[in-house]
Design a protein around this ligand. Structure first.
Ligand code: RI2
Length: 309
């Protein structure tokens, strides 16, 4: 397989490139770069090689639909292209356009989401969502005085990345272990988390532990805000498809020899937060309730979405 494609798939699989938005942009960029460097001239051969390349990229991480949507956005139109040059130029242009649209969406969500944050608010965030962090940093940039509790987010401990991001942005930040979420939640006004996938019924698939954060917030009457670009909406769930929850190696949880051979380790890295625990989904096309996702999904993806059935 081509070096650009295999290196990108390896970076995503091994989480050297992580975060649902980043992996989508990496997948789109890899396909655009592959097309730009493609040495063949046959349209049919190009289509076949692109299909194989996209399968390698998509196989790197199964849960974040952003990767699937980014790849399909980049490859749209190649089936109708009449020449190799037209197909190649379409992939290059679409890949670049997806990345630009994605970056602009993250900036719009920051502006829209920051309006949900009031001066004096105490916030909580989970894992390391560049979109949720963007909202928080925008509120601070607007001069709002806020405090943030960030969870450690075991086993990968992405919370360490988050407290570094927030601290660099001048945010009053406290790191807590995941088990402290419910104890701390009584001090919290609003929760801001990211998304790997949002289903057509408005459920959230995000880093493991998100559902516990949302349940504790619901009990404490803290507002739950999901910060997500619409390319994290999963059109396939409209027709009954379920989202694969990635399980990763036990070495992320225990050290070699730490537990008996006959003890299993279950290491799912995402969980599902039911729509009933979510107050707002903050997107680049506005703030909505989970119940609005189906309609927005159809509008954003267009009539071709029904071809997925
Ligand atoms: P942004 C991450 O997954 C986290 O679950 C995060 O909430 C989500 O992707 C969205 O990230 P992982 O890649 O796109 O750390 O908001 O497994 O950056």
């Amino acid at each position: 397989m081509n070096q650009i494609i295999s290196a990108t798939a390896s970076d995503i699989r091994d989480m050297r490139v992580r975060g649902a938005g980043r992996i989508a942009r990496a997948g789109a960029t890899a396909l655009a770069d592959y097309a730009a460097s493609y040495e063949g001239r046959s349209l049919e051969e190009f289509r076949n090689d692109l299909r194989k390349a996209s399968e390698v990229i998509l196989g790197s991480r199964p849960t974040a639909v952003s990767l699937w949507n980014g790849v399909h956005y980049t490859l749209r139109g190649i089936s109708s292209a009449e020449t190799f040059e037209a197909a190649r130029d379409s992939v290059i242009a679409n890949g670049k356009e997806f990345v630009t649209n994605s970056e602009q969406a993250v900036q719009r969500i920051a502006r829209i989401g920051a309006k949900r944050i009031k001066d004096g608010d105490v916030l909580m965030t989970h894992c390391n969502s560049s979109v949720a962090i963007g909202v928080i940093l925008e509120a601070v940039r607007q001069g709002k005085d806020i405090k943030v509790y960030a969870t450690e987010s075991r086993p990968w401990r992405q919370g360490i990345l988050t407290v570094n991001d927030l601290s660099k942005g001048g945010v009053d930040t406290t790191l807590i272990i995941d088990s402290a979420v419910r104890s701390v939640m009584s001090r919290v006004d609003r929760v801001f988390v990211g998304a790997d996938t949002i289903t057509s019924s408005g459920s959230l698939i995000n880093k493991i532990g998100t559902s516990q954060v949302a349940m504790a917030a619901n009990e404490a009457r803290a507002e739950v805000n999901v910060c997500s670009e619409t390319y994290k909406f999963s059109p396939k769930t409209m027709f009954g498809d379920t989202v694969t929850i990635e399980e990763r190696d036990i070495s992320e949880v225990v050290r070699p020899g730490e537990i008996p051979e006959n003890v299993r380790v279950f290491n799912p890295v995402f969980d599902t937060t039911p729509a009933k625990y979510i107050d707002n989904i903050i997107t680049e096309v506005g703030i909505m309730s989970p119940g609005a996702v189906y309609g927005v999904m159809v509008k954003q993806f267009g009539e071709s979405i029904f071809d997925l059935e």
